[in-house]
Design a protein around this ligand. Sequence first.
Ligand code: HDE
Length: 704
Amino acid sequence: MTKAKTGVLPVKGKQAKSGPEEITVSVGSGGEWHQTATGNQPSLTTNQGLPISDDQNSLRANPSGPTLLEDFILREKITHFDHERIPERIVHARGTGAHGFFELTQSLEKYTTAKVLTEVGEQTPLFTRISTVAGGSGSADTPRDVRGFAVKFYTKEGNWDLVGNNIPVFFIQDAIKFPDLIHAVKMEPDRGFPQAATAHDTFWDYISLTPESMHMVMWIMSDRTLPRSLRMIEGFGIHSFRLVNAAGESTFVKFHWRPKLGLQSTLWDEAVKIAGADPDFHRRDLFEAISTGDFPEWELAVQLFSQEEADAFPFDHLDSTKLIPEELVPLHVIGRMVLNRWPDNFFAETEQVAFCPSHVVPGIDFSNDPLLQGRLFSYLDTQLSRLGSPNFHQIPVNAPQCPFANHQRDGHMQMAQPAGRVSYEPNALAADSPREQPETGFYSAAVTETGAKGRIRAESFADHYSQARQFYRSQNAFEQAHITSALVFELSKVEHPHIREAMVGHLRHIEEDLAQRVASGLGMNELPQAPVAAVAVQELDTSPALRLIGKMKDTLEGRAVGILIADGSDAASIEAVKQAVATAGAKVQIIAVKIGEAKLANGSLLTIDSQLAGTPSVMFDAVAIILSSETAALLGKEAAAIDFVRDAFGHLKAIGFDKGGEALLITAAIEQDAGVIAIGNLDRFIAAAKTRQWDREACVRTLA
Ligand code: HDE
């Protein structure tokens, strides 16, 4: 390399704090930049440790000649790059995760020997990954979809993986149906679309022929599948598990995660627009919350019940399409989870983390739920194919944080180097080799199994509509309208009329009015025939705990408010809104047509956080419009500004305004209802910002 020039580059921003103050840069004869190691910087090397003199130019026969095969440095670098990807997860490919801890506040000693559930005050490290189900790893964060909620506890007695979802029930009752369900929801195989969407023929064809999925269908058509933030979703272990105590007695348990910030969802139109404005909306939100020290937190709660109590339930708790209403078996909060550390490396941790429901600890055991039983096989198998080695437990994010030892040896990518000649047991040659622990080791609950073997679906699994009805009837009028409209939207995308008709037929068993509204939304003249139900639909008591709106908290904590301003805006008004929002625990962003600085009416300069064209109001929970009358007139001609306020209005958000802001609202034909508030009345604005203006909905869109 001929060095034409050598100089020193100042390093700007964040990097400068942790990294070197200056980087030495030399410019090669071809104009490319070289960064050369100084005394305290590490050498760039190959994977074999060979120092590299030039990482910008491959080895060529002469300045304009061919590249030589001999260039082992080029080949090593490119070969590694070619193998950078591993197979993405078959389901739940799109996800994000973080480290944190679980702290037990209530001992379950009466029920289990598991230390993680008995040692009050202990903090157990954990890694949590939250995902969508249907889309590929590059899909957007906000499609209508179930969210996976998987937690790996690194306990003193081995890893415990609680691999759940944000919905407490599932589509199917038996694991053997899972590949068909997933094939139906994923991209259609002949055309390769739609990505991350249930609104297509194969999904609804399968669902219409799978009545057991009707309860789950009610949940996925609700706004639960449109979360505002991953910090604002619940998590459920879904299946019944068993806790086993020191006397060997077992108790059934269901696990629930409840977000400290309460539940929040977006509206469908909003979720669709967020996907365009910021496909990483949820991932970014989690990253920003953790990196600014606003650590997401959930309570862990359990429902505990005996076999005798289960026998009296009007459903079978081993059926994953059923839930146990909180009103029937109350929730006991036993601890909290805090996510407080973002991974160093997305691939190494979030991508390579391998959850398996079969990872349990002594004192936790499985139930006979046939869906869970199938999962006990599936996850280990999928990790072998995804991570390519039976040694995937050695990857740091997967490795237990307690000592582990056995006689399993070798295999692809073995990282451990066990010494000695003994790799079997029993043995009398190595006194220090690992041995069984009859007292404290894992044991299964001693359950007696009787009955004839066969491919059988229990009769107690036959009721497919009662809990679907219970869920629908438990929702308020707004929630019911969203479910109904979601069904109309989804089925309107289905090309085959017989699938639409079959679905509306099922809905008749859930609620005649629901079926009627969906049929009318789909332009059907007559209600189709309902299919024969295997058993009569039961009238179960409604369960207010199943409502989403009921679980929203009256708070702005963890959320965001956007203030649209321009040159000439009033500094005091902006400051007052900023203060009030910050006091309420939310973030503020200042938006203007251009980034840089705005010159306010009093001559002061204000830094703009985001450009209007790239920051629609879907990014915020509420907005304030603070403008001079001149800039309001200019913005009235700006499509992005009109969309900003119209969308905020259409998405039922609070809108604060000053005199100039009001002029923009008038241009955008925004009616001043109870949620459109002069910012002179800041308390009212903040109170309205905490919620949605549900009553406005009837004025802005036609729901089914
Ligand atoms: Fe999964 N599921 N699943 N699943 N699942 C996977 O494992 C499977 C089910 C869930 O963030 C896969 O590592 C079968 C229910 C989550 O890494 C795979 C059945 C629930 C995640 C698999 C189910 C879940 C997965 C794909 C029917 C809620 C993401 C990649 C019996 C309780 C975990 C992988 C992560 C991932 C199989 C049903 C939750 C293929 C066979 C019910 C949160 O093994």
